[in-house]
Design a protein around this ligand. Structure first.
Ligand code: SF4
Ligand code: SF4
Length: 344
């Protein structure tokens, strides 16, 4: 495929990247509502059962701060608010009030959840535009191994919720529903099972996501041999016609460490904002400590977006992120093929 087809499409916000004009607000804002989770997915950056040491410090974005973010988003005409977490967002004690406030402001919500929420929250889900449910196991045994060693019964909750959401989607077309499967060494052989499960449940879309390891979870990364098996398995699935959409046809391995690309250009700072559970603000969802541009404890979202730290980081990202300093950018699918990528 010619490289130009892999570039993010230019849009009014990123078009300003080449000028000095004031840019409008972000197109998408991701809010990590809290740091707590009720699962321990193997592949998780924050709660993996493979990660030694104490649990993540407890942080939560309070309701007032979320309302201020949503007010800014309404002024900016932001297209989408993504509710996520360094944990499970539906565990936020004010989750219902947050959804109601976004609804009142006519903001489109996307929810990233593990799908274990209680039945009583289901009616709320009808007010959310798009829901992505992280399920990387097609049965209770795999769930126990990969997502929660001590509470496999939560798998039943997820299946019940998915079934109801799928019926809601079929009847009302809302919420859009995606099942998200993280492709790791132990999970990839189950790709056919998860597609079959989605088909049987009437789930309209399955998104396969590449796994991004931490030092503690590196053993879950695919080996070269796994990559070969995975490619064969993907080709097998692509030969079948599924009554759902999936992205296996575009599923690409991350940029290899041995790749000669040393820098990649990124325009995320013109379109994205991400608020962490501890209220630090960055551009993309993969921020590492030095890619933050402000803190809602001391500044408003507008002050941060138009501030000098944000401008400095935009310029750095546009001229080329150093992959040695920011290895997670190696895993980033939308921007890594940018034509500004540099080789030694
Ligand atoms: S559900 Fe999400 S936040 Fe919770 S352990 Fe799994 S990957 Fe981590
Ligand atoms: S290239 Fe890096 S900074 Fe840009 S969006 Fe991807 S992970 Fe974020």
């Amino acid at each position: 495929m010619p490289l130009k087809h892999l570039h993010p499409q230019p849009e009014p916000r990123t078009a300003r990247a080449s000028s000095r004009k004031t840019i409008p607000g972000p197109r998408r804002i991701l809010i990590r509502l809290l740091s707590a989770c009720n699962l321990h997915c193997h592949y998780c950056w924050d709660h993996s059962s493979l990660t030694p040491g104490p649990a993540l410090p407890a942080h939560m974005v309070d309701l007032n701060t979320v309302k201020n973010i949503l007010d800014s988003a309404a002024r900016w005409d932001t297209e989408k608010i993504i509710l996520s977490g360094n944990g499970e967002p539906t565990l936020h004690p004010d989750f219902d009030a947050i959804v109601a406030y976004a609804d009142k402001k006519r903001l489109a919500l996307e929810l990233l959840t593990n799908g274990t929420f209680p039945l009583k929250q289901l009616p709320l889900m009808a007010r959310i535009k798009s829901i992505s449910v992280n399920l990387s196991a097609a049965n209770k045994n795999a769930y126990k191994r990969l997502q929660h060693p001590n509470a496999p019964h939560l798998f039943d909750n997820v299946i019940t919720n998915l079934g109801t959401l799928a019926r809601m989607h079929q009847k009302y077309r809302q919420p859009e529903l995606h099942l998200v499967f993280i492709v790791t060494r132990p999970s990839y052989p189950h790709i056919p099972d998860i597609l079959a499960l989605a088909k049987n449940m009437g789930i309209p879309s399955v998104l396969f996501k590449r796994f991004s390891p931490t030092p503690a979870t590196r053993s879950l990364s695919l080996t070269d041999m796994d990559h070969r098996h995975l490619t064969a398995l993907i080709n097998e699935q692509l030969l079948q016609s599924w009554p759902l959409t999936h992205n296996l046809g575009n599923f690409q391995p991350p940029l290899k460490k041995s790749s000669r690309v040393t820098h990649i250009a990124c325009l995320a700072g013109w379109t994205e904002l991400s608020v962490e559970a501890d209220k630090r603000v960055g551009f993309c969802c993969c921020t590492t400590s030095d890619l933050y541009v402000g803190d809602l404890k001391t500044n408003s979202l507008e002050e941060i977006w138009y501030g000098s730290a944000a401008e400095r980081l935009r310029n750095y990202c546009r001229s080329g992120i150093n992959l040695k300093k920011h290895p997670r950018c190696r895993e980033c699918p939308p921007y890594r093929y940018d034509k500004l990528s540099r080789h030694p």
